[in-house]
Design a protein around this ligand. Structure first.
Ligand code: NAD
Length: 275
């Protein structure tokens, strides 16, 4: 089944459902990403800090899939923020991935205590100019961080990749982002296994009603909410399951009951505390 694409604010398109490789061991990455590509994923989300860009690159090269049909994201790690350091980090990521461009390059965290994200963003603007990142965006940015980029720099981020799932929807931030034309990418879309999202009765009821699994219902909730997501699994059967979500639709009532799972609280760190 074809995965729908969304058009970003720079005109490039992105597959709305992809495959993330956070915590995929470097030695296992080629096998796991090869499986993901084989079962039909075309959008891969990695990061320099994951330590597995080389494995991703090997899998992409071995797949024989045309570059134009792939969408690859990687991210600038916190200790490389700046100008020259960002250029160098970007070059290293491209080299490890074995690519001559990435589709999307993100600032991984704002690290406001360092106060270098505006400078780093200007470096990403130049990287985009060079054509070696088709689109540029940010991750874990809160409204004040986005606001500064909007005021002090030229390019509006294409995406903001943030922790987002039915129990932590960040509605104020997503409304702000969308109003500025910034697409929302949901990381930890299944709650990272830290929040028992898949055991929630309202999720189970919807799953039962559609003959689908709880994970498929939560993925569908994201898709119908307009989020871009890339759930992660090392297991091929779950990769297939997580992609098999285009033969049913949640009703407005089901969407609303799942949205009522909102609980103030993230499963991961507050962006202002990450350095
Ligand atoms: P996730 O919510 O995708 O959860 C992954 C876990 O859910 C898996 O380890 C597995 O245990 C379980 N799972 C997956 N499919 C399942 C299924 N069908 N049924 C039952 N359980 C299932 O969490 P994630 O991997 O942290 O997030 C997805 C991606 O987001 C990452 O791989 C990474 O690419 C990205 N991410 C980005 C940041 C950031 O700071 N920008 C942080 C975390 C993750």
């Amino acid at each position: 089944t074809p995965v729908p694409t969304l058009t970003l604010n720079d005109g490039h398109t992105i597959p709305q459902l992809g495959f993330g490789v956070f915590k995929v061991e470097p030695e296992e990455t080629q096998r796991i990403v090869s499986d993901a590509l084989q079962v039909g994923y075309r959008h891969i989300d990695t990061a320099a800090i994951y330590g597995n860009e080389e494995g991703v690159g090997f899998a992409l090269a071995a797949s024989g899939i045309s570059r134009a049909d792939l969408f690859v994201t990687t991210k600038l790690w916190n200790d490389r923020q700046g100008t020259e350091s960002a250029f160098d980090a970007f070059d290293e990521s491209l080299e490890k991935l074995g690519l001559d461009y990435v589709d999307l390059y993100l600032i991984h965290w704002p690290t406001p205590a360092k106060d270098r994200y505006v400078e780093s963003w200007k470096a990403l603007e130049q990287i985009r100019e060079s054509g070696r990142a088709r689109s540029i965006g940010v991750s874990n940015f809160l409204v004040p961080h986005l606001d500064r980029l909007l005021i002090e720099t030229d390019i509006v981020p294409a995406v903001n990749q943030i922790e987002l799932h039915p129990a932590h929807q960040q509605r104020e931030l997503t409304e702000f982002a969308r109003a500025q034309g910034i697409a929302v990418e949901a990381w930890g879309p299944l709650g990272q296994g830290k929040y028992p999202l898949l055991e929630e009765p309202v999720v189970a009821v919807a799953a039962e009603a559609h003959g689908k699994t709880p994970a498929q219902v939560v993925i569908r909730w994201h898709l119908q909410t307009g989020n871009i997501l890339f759930p992660k699994s090392n297991r091929r059967a779950r990769m297939i399951e997580n992609l098999d979500v285009f033969d049913f639709e949640l009703s407005r009532t089901e969407l609303a009951t799942i949205s009522s799972l909102e609980r103030a609280g993230r499963v991961s760190s507050h962006p202002n505390d990450v350095n």
